[in-house]
Design a protein. Sequence first.
Length: 202
Amino acid sequence: MVLALFTSLVFLGGGCSVKKEFIRLTPEEYFDVGEKYFADEDYEDARYYFDSVSKYYPISDLAPVALLRSGDTYYVDDQYAQASIDYDSFLEFYPVHEKAAYAWQQLGLSHYAQRLDYDQDQTKTQQAMTSFQHVLSGYAGTEYATLSRKKMLECRQLLAHHEYYIGRWYFRTKEFEASMLRLQKLVKVYPDFKLIDGADYY
């Protein structure tokens, strides 16, 4: 009944976003309203209601899931840096939660979406691979393992190309010892390395 009264107030304004609370909702009601906004692709309002669960009911059973869903609102809206913050917070506060495997995958995908080309800094690629490795090492039997394995292999290839690119750059600048060290690392760490077709290493 409370939710019905509240949502009627929400929609009185012709669908306008409402940020003021007229009635304090239960955690379940906040979460349900957040899910409705999420389904309507109104991610900002969805995030407001998900965050309200953690804000007003931090020890609720829904608080961890609400934090995760807040991350999802950023992720589907292509705000990957913010999404990774929420996923990382979830894993820090709830490391053994039943949805931890999903959080690790989403954290990996958020980093992966921010990766740069092989000739640039590979911090995000490395972070993504580490997250996918967590899925495979701790949750190999879950539904998230297949995608994580695929993405981890893509990360390995990108990191290998980065090593090859630097090794060739050292060779081109006649720093042969540095080049040899890079190429030796490449062969040792990435024995399955394959060149990118048409890549400009020179």
